[in-house]
Design a protein around this ligand. Structure first.
Ligand code: NAP
Length: 298
């Protein structure tokens, strides 16, 4: 392996709170990453030694130096982007892409609202939305460095970015300015800021929950259903992939890597040598305050 990120779901799996648990004993953590072919079995003609490959669909055990798997478990990618992009392209960017396509029929000029906008998913949503002529209203949490984080998201193409405390729920129209009321809401966080999304959504809009970073439940007012007729849905990439989408997901990964190559998709990461994995884990757990995505380099 060359590189593998620490994603929130990796931590949840280790904590034993994720619905899918790797078989014990001998489980190795890590669910996506980039490898380089080191050796081939005699019957393999689809790959060559030296190729860059990613496990596709993603699978357990990327936080290790050597992995042995059938050739069909690997998707070859071009070695012309920084290695940390193919290492991280599957779980978060693909989730962003699917959520923009699968729930609401969005057309250029429409807008969407999301919380957790500083996450990799959130950063990808902003850029993919912009590429399709969609506007984004973004909510981030109040924390040291939030003004700088707002600027970074605007540079990625965010139309509006607010911290949670800047949202005046009674004045949504002023908040939106010239933007149309959003039809799609993406909920990464849960708790109060999920309710904020419900307030900002237009009549008949849809909120898709894909993360629960606050570890707080989603609370929905009765009026959200009766008077606004909102729909609440969930997205789970692992389920989407298990429904016979292997080929389609590889095409989308190639599409996303093409955007990286063209400079149209980027996101913030911090690279850490595997020898410092304890520090990277602490950072991913939030013990050093807010930190960029940690990527282990082997
Ligand atoms: N359902 C699926 O299929 C699927 C697929 C991919 C990802 N996900 C989920 O999507 C979420 C984002 O993943 P990611 O890898 O893109 O995230 P990430 O890049 O690791 O970033 C973590 C995000 O969570 C925020 N955060 C951390 N602790 C928080 C707290 N206590 N309250 C509120 N916000 C908090 C961070 O905000 P700051 O910038 O302020 O620190 C940041 O925006 C995770 O919940 C992940 O499990 C789900």
């Amino acid at each position: 392996m060359l590189a593998a990120p620490i994603n929130p779901s990796d931590l949840n799996r280790i904590e034993g709170v994720y619905p899918v648990r790797p078989p014990l004993p001998g489980a190795v953590a890590g669910y996506e990453g980039l490898g380089q072919v080191h050796a081939l079995g005699p019957a393999v003609d689809s790959l060559s030694v030296g190729d860059w490959v990613i496990p596709s669909p993603p699978s357990f055990g990327t936080w290790q130096t050597y992995i042995v798997k059938p050739a069909t478990a690997w998707h070859r990618v071009r070695a012309d982007v920084p290695p940390y992009y193919p290492a991280t392209i599957t779980i978060n960017p693909l989730t962003a892409l699917r959520m923009l396509r699968d729930f609401v029929n969005l057309t250029p000029g429409d807008s969407l609202v999301q919380n957790g906008a500083t996450s990799i998913v959130g950063q990808c949503v902003i850029q993919l939305a912009k590429l399709h002529g969609l506007h984004t209203i973004n909510i981030i949490r109040d924390r040291p460095g939030s003004e700088e984080a707002k600027d970074k998201l605007k540079q990625l193409g965010a139309d509006q970015v607010f911290t949670e405390s800047q949202i005046d729920i009674k004045n949504i129209k002023t908040l939106l300015g010239a933007l149309p009321e959003p039809t799609l809401g993406l909920n990464c966080v849960g708790g109060n800021v999920a309710s904020v999304i419900l307030k900002i959504l237009r009549q008949g809009g849809t909120m898709v929950t894909y993360g629960g970073m606050s570890k707080k439940p989603v609370t929905v007012s009765t009026s959200s259903f009766i008077f606004k007729d909102l729909s609440l849905k969930g997205f789970w990439l692992q389920k989407w992939m298990s429904s016979d989408k292997a080929e389609e997901s590889r095409k989308m990964i190639d599409y996303l890597l093409d955007l990286v190559r063209k400079g149209e998709l980027k996101y913030e990461m911090e690279l850490t040598p595997f020898s410092d994995f304890r520090l990277a884990l602490d950072k991913a757990l939030g013990k050093h305050g807010s930190q960029p995505k940690q990527v282990l380099m082997f």
